[in-house]
Write a protein that binds this ligand. Structure first.
Ligand SMILES: [Fe+2]
Length: 199
């Protein structure tokens, strides 16, 4: 089944009913960040970017969980034939391409862990994978924010991890990658980012 915007919106709405929480609002802002940045990148589709951003955390439909949400999202999207969205359900957390760099708890079976380990090692990232990794760090449930604000928000919730700084550096490198393509700051295309970061 070809993914389209209406299906992506419907999937997130259903997932939000199944497991209500701030993660759906975060997903919507991540999607808008993807869309706005992609709109300034000649080789990317803003529409595709929006849908991939919207679905990156869709695995949270299963309920409150940690890293399990990645493999559940992968399965959900794969079952619908949304292959790129499925890939990003896993890759969005791996700006450092190493399973051990994930900051959450691996609340999954040893078999699923091994699958994810191999998947991350073998995944070939394109700009959509990188864009969702970036957008995930630009989106609070209340709006866009500076990367630094989201980094502190996540670190306060998950704690400091051996890969924390390496992950931050990787996201800043992705920011620079897109800014070179866009010819402006990513923050120029994120309305309300200053106000939201100050609140
Ligand atoms: Fe996310």
């Amino acid at each position: 089944m070809e993914l389209n915007r209406i299906q992506a919106e419907k999937a997130l709405e259903e997932a939000g009913r199944s497991n209500p929480g701030p993660w759906t609002a975060h997903s919507r802002y991540a999607a808008m960040a993807c869309e706005n940045i992609a709109a300034r990148c000649p080789k990317l589709s803003a529409e595709t970017a929006y849908m991939l951003g919207l679905l990156h955390d869709i695995g949270r439909y299963v309920g409150i969980c940690s890293e399990r949400h990645m493999i559940e999202g992968y399965r959900y999207c794969s079952a619908k034939g949304w292959d790129k969205a499925a890939q990003i359900c896993i890759t969005h957390s791996f700006m450092v391409k190493n399973i051990e760099s994930a900051i959450g708890k691996f609340d999954i079976s040893p078999g699923d862990y091994e699958f994810m380990k191999q998947f991350v090692e073998n995944a070939v990232y394109d700009d959509y994978d990188l864009l969702v990794q970036l957008a995930d760090s630009l989106a609070l449930p209340t709006g866009f924010c500076l990367l630094e604000k989201r980094f502190v928000d996540v670190t306060m919730r998950y704690g400091v991890h051996p890969y924390t700084v390496e992950r931050w550096k990787a996201v800043f490198a992705i920011k620079e990658h897109f800014e070179k393509i866009m010819g402006c700051s990513i923050y120029d295309v994120l309305p309300g980012v200053a106000e939201n970061s100050l609140s």
